[in-house]
Design a protein around this ligand. Sequence first.
Ligand code: TIU
Length: 235
Amino acid sequence: MTNSSATFGKVAAEPEPIELDWTKTALLIIDMQRDFMEPGGFGETLGNDVSQLARAVKPIAAVLNAARDTGMLVVHTREGHLPDLSDAPPAKVERGAPSLRIGDPGPMGRILIRGEAGHDIIPELYPLDSEVVIDKPGKGAFYATELSDVLQKYGIENLLVCGVTTEVCVNTTVREANDRGYRCVVLSDGCASYFPEFHEMGLKMIKAQGGIFGWVTDSAAVLEALLPETSKIAV
Ligand code: TIU
């Protein structure tokens, strides 16, 4: 997939299968950061049970490995703020009653601050130097980031989307991407929420009404569709 000629694969999905040109498709992994996944981070300070998110790691790792084998563009995002909080609106910092607020010192460094241990991506999904990492101050990956420029530069039209949490940063990003003309194919087992019912509804909202925001698939279907590409590399 390192050359520019089209290679198509059909992915089983809802509301219907989708044919993707892999050369115009990127894997977009949303916010698989220690701050959301591990005790002591931002997610837990908001009162959440972070163990709910662990189920997404293995499916994402499997698809990430396949994407790497095929040479697909891989983009990781990280939610977080500058150390001086100049990109963190007071409305975000002050909201709710977390045990620690954004910027406060926690067990993994300052909560949700760029460069701190908690802000980093979990080791199981750590980006390669060759992969794109987008730092974002908001829930959507397009707001106040260079993501649009990166996707345009690589000629991307389709996004395989996974990460956390389903109804917050994944949904916001899918809605932003859909409005910008990208076909979004969301991996149901590659997303997770602190609230299982929000996960389920978050996916339903995407695929309802004929796929109002995109398609929903799972890691097995993506791997099956990608297999001919990975075996091309293997021979
Ligand atoms: N709290 C919650 O569910 N999510 C976030 O704050 N950010 C992301 O989803 N990444």
